[in-house]
Design a protein around this ligand. Structure first.
Ligand code: SF4
Length: 674
């Protein structure tokens, strides 16, 4: 039997590596890295190498399920859609909420938010960017006028200094880390700032181990030294920015010694980092959720922007402020307007509601909708129904006991997914979606590269592509004319019409390399580097902000003396729905752990691999201890992939008031041997 090789994009992290799915007799039998792909150049990480393994699992959802007498039982599509349609017609718009998906295609997300906005007439639509990079969207947006990575992945190799803060790039974005390694081989200096001595930190020329939540203190102190040592770019500051004088005044307080008291980083390391970054001709900042997931997430992002702007590291090769997006299409889900305050293309609500009413030929809600945390907070009261597409808040959201209570208090919970996730298990109706290998469409990766994905195999049972399910529901509700699409390409044609950054993009133009947005006309080759001549702000200037350090919401105290931080490991992806069903990944590691520093462990009488109880003000989890010198003393770390030892039972839902991102990365905790 002959093998077919279907080119597509890895479904895991936001790097967006090109792969070929190997198909034999209608079945996926392997994954090959795509040799000529501009992002990964013929390599994949371990997750990507086995990304086909979950697709044909026996436990895929194959028919709709409806809860009857407390049990989820199989139902026909007609029965399930009839039930949902009947219920939805009885709610007012503000009573319904939508969780869109960073795992689904642009086409799925576009159709889903359009359904919320045109059929239900609500802007209550959000997705998990709220929980990972909403601080990026707001912070970069305020500083530069666009909330996306400023430079491209390949561009990282052009830097003389790479400044990595709050990102374990080598485990979370391995094919971006490969660019860091190649730059290092050419002599680029690497600075890593992280509470854990991660595989990324081990590659650094200079490593600063800070306490979780003290990024601003360290960044301000680095900028204090830059000003003092005259390592700032006066020309760039004068011609391209505003707000520098106010920042300069704020920085006076942040001597390296003062920042050291707050962060635990030695003053001489802060000085060295400033000199290394400040003396580079081109310096690139990479950051991830170690910057965003704080009650000060937006200010953390803006501090990174300050650092880049005062040294002139914007708008040139090898520079920039580069958020590394966690999920395959979290950039695209944001671009598609799966957010409560913007329509597709970041067109603000309410300023653009008439424009979209005209484009969609129906009235739309002029009011900003609810975010995910707000929908959960109002569940059972204002919010009666939530429709979740391809998300798993029962594992991914902070304070899971509260999430469970919220979801169970709804009148109707609809979950559309490929497996019976922890969230689907508490749903009233479950709809079986097609996996990425079973559909055509596009993903937009972390560097704003729009890429085509291609169907390799058929869906199991009665599973259907997500956009098509939503269209079927709209038809059932008598609104089918709003979704007059027969193919994902037709959906994309409408996306290009209403999303300015995508206006010049067609499936045909995407080819294998894709296109970087903004790509505004058919002749536009796309934009790998933003802000070259001027920023995308209304006046074209970059906004520098004077930002002071503020403590995290919860600090270690006598009752909870440790600081808990959370994150990912290389073998698993997000809530583990796919990787824990992938044999090679599950064989590597399939249970949670808590990292404890040897001196802390000795004080608590805890041995390696011993079961311990980790508790916070929200709950407790029993998990294996992993004693390692790679964690800062006084800090403990848990991965959040494992539902049985869910780190998010413990995490703090306190939010950044500017973007509502929860403070996953720091809370007060207690560890006890049991
Ligand atoms: Fe997939 Fe990310 Fe690994 Fe690339 S780096 S193969 S996109 S998981």
């Amino acid at each position: 039997m002959e093998l077919d090789f279907i080119h597509t994009i890895c479904p895991y992290c936001g790097t967006g590596c090109g792969v070929d799915l190997v198909v034999k007799d209608g079945t996926l039998v392997g994954t090959n890295p795509f040799k000529r792909h501009p992002v990964n150049e013929g390599k994949t990480c371990i997750k990507g190498s086995y990304c086909h393994e979950f697709v044909h699992r026996d436990d895929r959802l194959k028919t709709p399920l409806i809860r009857k007498n407390g049990e989820l039982v199989e139902a026909s599509w007609d029965e399930a859609l009839e039930l949902i349609s009947g219920k939805l017609q009885n709610y007012s718009p503000e009573e319904v909420g939508f969780f869109s998906s960073a795992r689904c295609t642009n086409e799925d997300n576009y159709v889903f938010q359009k359904f919320a906005r045109t059929v239900i007439k609500t802007n209550n639509v959000d997705h998990c960017a709220r929980l990972c990079h909403s601080a990026t969207v707001v912070g970069l947006g305020q500083a530069f006028g666009s909330g996306a990575m400023t430079n491209s992945i390949s561009d990282i190799e052009d830097a003389d200094c790479i400044f990595i803060i709050g990102s374990n790039t080598f485990e979370q974005h391995p094919l971006i880390a490969r660019r860091v390694v190649r730059a290092k081989e050419k002599g680029t200096k690497i600075i890593v700032i992280d509470p854990r001595y991660t595989p990324t930190a081990k590659q650094a020329d200079l490593y600063l181990q800070l306490l979780p939540g003290t990024n601003i203190a360290v960044l301000n102190a680095i900028m204090h030294v830059l000003v003092k040592e005259n390592l700032v770019d006066e020309e760039f500051i004068k011609n391209r920015t505003k707000g520098y004088e106010e920042l300069k005044t704020t920085l006076e307080t942040y001597t390296p010694e003062y920042a050291s008291k707050l962060s635990g980083v030695a003053p001489e390391l802060i000085v060295e980092a400033a000199k290394m970054y400040g003396s580079a001709n081109a310096a690139s900042i990479l950051y991830c959720m170690g910057i965003t997931q704080f009650t000060t997430g937006v200010n953390n992002v803006k501090s990174c922007c300050n650092l880049a702007m005062i040294t002139g590291n914007i708008g040139k090769p090898g520079t920039g402020v580069n958020p590394l997006r966690g999920q395959n299409n979290v950039q695209g889900a944001c671009d598609m307007g799966a957010l409560p305050n913007v329509f597709p293309g970041y067109q603000a609500v309410p300023a653009n509601h008439e424009k979209y009413a005209e484009a969609w030929n129906t009235c739309v809600d002029p009011n900003v909708g609810l975010s995910i945390p707000d929908m959960l907070a109002k569940a059972g009261e204002q919010v009666k129904c939530i429709y979740v597409m391809g998300e798993n808040p029962m594992v991914s959201d902070p304070d899971i006991h509260h999430v469970e209570h919220a979801l169970k208090s709804l009148d109707l919970l609809i979950v559309q997914d490929i497996f019976l996730t922890e969230t689907a298990q508490v749903a009233d109706v479950v709809l079986p979606g097609a996996s990425w290998a079973e559909k055509d469409g596009t993903f937009s990766n972390t560097e704003r590269r729009i890429q085509k994905i291609n169907k390799a195999v058929d869906s199991p049972g009665e599973a259907i592509a997500d956009w098509k399910i939503v269209k079927m529901l709209a038809e059932k509700m008598g609104q089918g004319e709003l979704f007059n699409f027969e193919t994902p390409e037709e959906v994309f044609q409408e996306i290009a019409k209403v999303t300015p950054q995508y206006a010049g993009v067609t499936y045909e133009r995407l080819g294998v390399d894709g296109l970087h947005w903004p790509c505004k006309t058919c002749e536009d080759p796309g934009t790998p580097i933003l802000h070259c001549e001027k920023c995308l702000t209304p006046d074209g200037l970059g906004n520098i902000f004077a930002i002071d350090y503020a403590d995290p919401d919860e600090m270690a105290d006598s009752e909870y003396p440790m600081t808990l931080t959370t994150g990912r490991i290389i073998f698993h992806y997000h809530t583990g729905t796919m990787t824990r069903r992938s044999k090679h990944m599950a064989d590597e590691i399939n249970e949670g752990f808590v990292e404890i520093h040897p001196e802390d462990a000795e004080k608590m009488g805890i041995k390696n691999k011993q079961k311990v109880k980790v508790s916070t003000r929200r709950g407790e989890v029993v998990v294996n201890a992993k004693i390692t010198p790679n964690i800062k003393q006084g800090v403990v770390f848990m991965p959040f992939h494992f539902a049985e030892t869910a780190a998010n039972i413990l995490t703090n839902p306190a939010q950044d008031p500017n973007c509502k991102i929860p403070e996953y990365k720091v809370c007060a905790a207690k560890v006890e041997k049991i």
